[in-house]
Design a protein around this ligand. Sequence first.
Ligand SMILES: Cc1cc2nc3c(=O)[nH]c(=O)nc-3n(C[C@H](O)[C@H](O)[C@H](O)COP(=O)(O)O)c2cc1C
Length: 349
Amino acid sequence: MQNFWQDLPRPFFALAPMEAVTDVVFRHVVAAAGKPDIFFTEFTNAASYFSEKGIESTRGRLAFTADEQPMVAQIWGNNPEHFAFMAKGLATQGFAGIDINTGCPDKSVIKQGSGSALIGDYELTAKLIAAAKEGGLPVSVKTRLGKFKIDEYREWLKFLLEQDIVNLTIHLRTRKEMSKVPAHYELITDIVKLRDEVAPQTLITINGDIKDRKHGEKLAQQYGVDGIMIGRGIFSNPFAFAKNEPGSDCSGQASRRVSNGAPAPVETRAADCPSQPDPGSVDKRQELLKLLNLHLDLFDKYSPELEPRRFDPLKRFFKIYVRDFAGASELRERLMHTKSTDEVRQLIN
Ligand SMILES: Cc1cc2nc3c(=O)[nH]c(=O)nc-3n(C[C@H](O)[C@H](O)[C@H](O)COP(=O)(O)O)c2cc1C
């Protein structure tokens, strides 16, 4: 079995799967701003995939392009037969891995016995993981600490680690806590110890409230975890994965501008070394609006190529790019009344 997980840098950085957010368009924008080491699709229902119209109904959320590797399909459901069918299909579609969602707190998902409803259901979860492995792709799991009490993590994570999975991502909160309390970093040491005892071959990725690469690197160094997953951090800083923190190879953006004016060496201009501007500067506004323009262009490109997309949901992304500069809220307000990507371009340009 080809297992890309072993070849990832340590720590590796993952963009969290986020429903209605991390589609093929937004993932490309994030990659241009600062590339994560691994991508996940939005979660995709195995029952839908299994249905007669499965390929059509799941096409949008499973769409990805060749440059987005390693790409992991995140799946949810509660039927092993669906999981086995989907796992085999995903392997032929070029995915590098499969991730099983056992953490979603959404009521409609729980009602279907899926997502975080699986926490504590050892028998079914074991069957689902085994079924997902039938596709031949490396299988990982994303979960929460427990349903109601943080102490549940000892039994639950131990059980998951016993299933011989390649990576376990833990959103460091219970389902009940939603995202309302700080992530429980105080448990990481114990979780890593548990992993070392039960399944030293399984990688541990932590998730919850991690702001950016610098923050993630600090946590990885402190706790010895393998991977860092960032979700909402990308909303307040689309450059969250960029490597150009002071002292790193990419720190030269500012000095490039003030030095002798010669172009920077090509390698420091790679996608993971974008020009991360100073907060509050004119540069920052330009860089953010450049990303918005890219988002619009990719929306127009992938909509006809991969899956038709409605314009209105695009508006929820505006606040990521139109922020932290004079006149931002006024511009955002006007953007909310637009009806096409061209109208948006006219306003921002
Ligand atoms: C809008 C939104 C959609 C989400 N969709 C998914 C999903 O499809 N699958 C999943 O495993 N987690 C999903 N999550 C949870 C995130 O992946 C992540 O676990 C959570 O936001 C905590 O990480 P953060 O503090 O870095 O955001 C979603 C979160 C948000 C905010």
